[in-house]
Write a protein that binds this ligand. Structure first.
Ligand code: ADP
Length: 510
């Protein structure tokens, strides 16, 4: 009988690795394939990936997942794709070859492009935010596309002749899976398009005027579709031959979907390299007055789009890695918890990890990291504690911004990602946000969200209610401790943040 079971496969093309996960109808993980790929760091502040290596990794992990599940491809009824967002790939539609490496979302090379374009606009950055929901910054795709066209020999001519295609990793993976130069489908979904700075967030169409600002020929851009519909089928030479590819969601939106945050006011936070908090705001695109981005959360087929407010935090788990790799105070990430628990509290020390500026809610490129409140008393344990607390304080800042923007305080914070293994962090987080912090049984919420989007499109699941029914709580942390003390710690954190602003390295000339 088992060979009649049906499954959905999700491809998660992340920042450091590609994964393929097969899910059954209950939303449980059946098998996982995973492969890391190289982080190419040609200069300080530049981060690239090799798109060919990304595709090799994707194909590998699909094979691994199918092999480990011991099922045949006919049992996979749909494929979903989720991906690192904003990361920019430009390739030649006739050869299928990228003209340059993928420029990764964290890459900071486009500052001068951003400064030039925002200076030339009389309404400055606000105009872009009102149209696209995003700030003009290094973060979205548009300046990255422009950089490639301006800096790769012959690229602009080819782009203007209609020979080049642009895609975020979802689009690159889809185009290749569905045949590449032999009829590959050139499509993205609304959530990924909403991270490019090129899409009108209300109309869900590319903006000709903004493309012009960035000198981007519109012929390069993929067609924008919903997050849940059949885009194409696995090509003849792929492992997923004839399987419908039917769901695409950017990674953070996928996690929001996988966490069943379908009601306005539902919030999830993913604790990985960075931290990304998203609040569902329903069919209204709410524009933040408090430093959050407006983004498309998902769109199921012909239904109306659902929007989200997003607080993007650049450094969270990567601060733990920094403690491990640069200071060598710990030898593995989980060790930080025991070390932090050798002390009662932070001893007065606060660590603001503004390593390359601060994202939400400050958006300060002039900030640099600071460890403040140091006295002779501070030891390794306090430092570990300050590192853990930094993630919780940063999350509280974006949750406070969400509460202020929406006018309705959140009632719970659903969490996922690697750092949720840290009990001390999760308890401190609950104390700081003042609402229960809840982790689901299936930790793979990002891949799960993409699987649901694909499965809903082909009728494997009926819709959001199935996702809600499958979601189950694993663990919850209730707020504890003295409220005044929690407030005092947060006030100190806010003060510590101000110490990172206006940092100018006196040795660097413009
Ligand atoms: P990503 O998908 O961004 O690569 P993951 O969700 O896999 O991230 O989480 C990995 C991150 O979590 C790493 O940055 C690591 O330092 C951090 N991490 C893992 N385990 C713990 C822990 N027990 N305590 C604190 N941080 C942790």
């Amino acid at each position: 009988m088992s060979d009649q079971q049906q499954y959905v496969l999700a491809i998660d093309e992340g920042t450091t690795s590609a994964r393929a996960i097969i899910f059954d109808h209950s939303g449980s993980v059946v098998s996982i394939g995973q492969r890391e790929f190289e982080q190419i760091l040609p200069r300080a502040g530049w981060v690239e990936h090799d798109p060919i290596e990304i595709m090799q990794a994707v194909n590998d992990v699909v094979g691994q997942a199918l092999g480990r599940a011991d099922i045949n491809r006919h049992q996979v009824v749909a494929v979903g794709i989720t991906n690192q967002r904003e990361t920019t790939i430009v390739w030649d539609r006739t050869t299928g070859k990228p003209v340059y490496n993928a420029i990764v979302w964290q890459d900071g090379r486009t500052t001068s492009i951003v400064d030039e374009i925002s200076a030339g606009d009389e309404l400055g950055t606000e105009r872009y935010r009102q149209i696209t929901g995003e700030n003009i910054s290094n973060y979205p795709s548009a300046p990255k596309i422009k950089w490639i066209l301006d800096n790769v020999d012959g690229a602009r001519e080819k782009a203007e002749a209609g020979d080049l295609l642009f895609g975020t990793p979802d689009t690159w993976v889809l185009w290749n899976l569905t045949g590449g130069v032999n009829g590959g489908v050139h499509v993205t979904d609304v959530t990924n398009a909403s991270r490019t700075l090129l899409m009108d967030i209300r109309e869900l169409t590319w903006r000709e005027d903004i493309c012009k600002d960035f000198d981007i020929p519109m012929s390069m851009l993929p067609e924008i579709k919903s997050s849940s519909e059949v885009y194409g089928y696995g090509s003849k030479n792929s492992l997923l031959i004839d399987t419908p590819v039917a769901g695409i969601l950017g990674d953070q939106q996928a996690a929001t979907f996988g966490q069943a945050c379908f009601e306005p006011g539902n919030v999830k936070n993913t604790y990985g390299t960075g931290c990304f908090t998203l609040m569902n705001t329903g069919e209204d695109a709410v524009f933040s007055k408090n430093g959050l981005l407006t983004t498309v959360c998902y769109k199921i087929g012909d239904k109306k789009p659902v929007y989200a407010l997003e607080g993007s935090i650049a450094v969270a788990g990567s601060l733990v890695q920094w403690l491990r790799d640069n200071l060598r105070i710990i030898s593995s990430a989980p060790e930080i918890e025991d070390l932090a628990n050798t002390v009662e509290d932070n001893g007065g020390a606060y660590f603001v990890p503004a390593f390359s500026g601060l994202f939400a809610p400050y958006w300060r490129t002039d900030a640099r990291g600071a460890l403040v409140g140091l006295t002779r008393f501070i030891n390794r344990g306090h430092l570990a504690r300050a590192v853990i607390e930094a993630t919780a304080f940063q999350t509280r800042e974006v949750v406070d911004a969400m509460n202020a923007d929406s006018g309705v305080p959140i009632t719970a914070l659903k969490v996922d990602g690697g750092m949720t293994a840290n009990n001390t962090l999760m308890q401190f987080q609950a104390d700081q946000v003042g609402v229960p912090v809840i982790r689901p049984v299936v930790a793979e919420t990002t891949a799960l969200g993409a699987a649901y989007a694909a499965g809903i499109a082909v009728g494997f699941w009926n819709g959001e209610q199935d996702v809600i029914d499958n979601w189950a709580e694993d663990k919850r942390w209730e707020p504890q401790g003295d409220q005044d003390e929690r407030a005092r710690l947060y006030r100190n954190w806010k003060k510590a943040v101000t110490k990172t602003f206006d940092w100018v390295d006196e040795d660097v000339k413009d």
